[in-house]
Design a protein around this ligand. Sequence first.
Ligand code: PYC
Length: 403
Amino acid sequence: MQLFSKNRMWRQHELRSSYDVVIVGAGVHGLAAAYYLGKKHGVRKVALLDKSYLGAGASGRNTAILRSNYRTPEGIPFYDASLKLYEGLSRELDWNLLFSQCGHLTLAHSDSSVTGLRVRAENNQLLGVNSRIIGREEIGNLVPSLNLSESTRYPILAALYHPPGGIIRHDAVVWGLARACDRMGIEIHAFTEVTSIIVENHRAVQVITNRGRVAAGAVLNATAGWATTISRMAGVPLPIVTHPLQACVTEPLKPFLDTVIVSATLHVYLSQTDKGELVIGAEIDPYQSYSMKSTLPTLEQMATYTLELFPQLHGMRILRQWAGICDMTPDFAPIIGTSQEVSNFYMDVGWGTYGFKAAPISGKCIAELIATGKPPGLIQPFSPARFETGNLVGEKAAAAVSH
Ligand code: PYC
């Protein structure tokens, strides 16, 4: 029996001298943009450049949660469109992404967080997203192992229940999209670092890399963590600060948790993978940094809060801990659109901790913008111009952690 295909999932190429579109960052956002450029618009002379291996950045360092129970009238339909694309993506890519719509519970431990979650539930329902407030009894039925005692430090009062939310195998998404791009003739260049961008007459004309220079019809910044670095190369300033975000995974346990749990007060979120491991995430580190090193205090914090929710997990061993880096904007919403300074320089950046969920819809919309010059309605609120007009989106508190 042949276990592995003889054909590689994506090929290696020499760098050509020019491309119609150069995408900086071959994570899930860059890949999704390339995929929809090729699939929907027939734009295939596209190069995806990444300074490392595919999935080395935020695409492989997130906690793989998908959901659309956001707060704002701009965010809710956007993330919901993304969830719907994810629902069809395994079939479309002919690649099992292990998407499990196991449901998503955001716990409230105080009256004020119940009120905040109630507003989210009402906004969600008005916009057709399945999300509602549930009480302790229903929480107990969904997660019998959860500590619902009233004598804990922060007793659980209620939860926002979002049945279509869930988890996906994040690196399978990267691999599936990369394979689909490769099959369309789109080139993926790993270990190709962008060192500068030449701008002439308000257009990005060349991208300089550690493997040579390429001329570009359009340049898309689809990086996470390095969004400001890349945009600055094109002379485009961004209102973004960068923070590490840490997570860890435990040894495999027998299945006991089939819902994503987020605690608004304890700033912790966890889910159980198909292999049985618990994936546990923390809030962002409180200082700006590009460091991808994890720390003991954050591990202690994740362990402490997890044990408040599931005291029976004491003694469980941690297999790995890691950090990713997140680009945070002033209103906690992404920046998607054309730069005001450089007319063919596009951005799909500033995702904070929301990026993985948004990749398919963001890629689809930015591909349409690049191919047609017109921004689809779903991304118009996220244009960089909002920081001048003051029309901010205000997606703070849509995650219960970090935002
Ligand atoms: O927005 O679902 C979320 C999230 C998970 C981890 C950090 N943010």
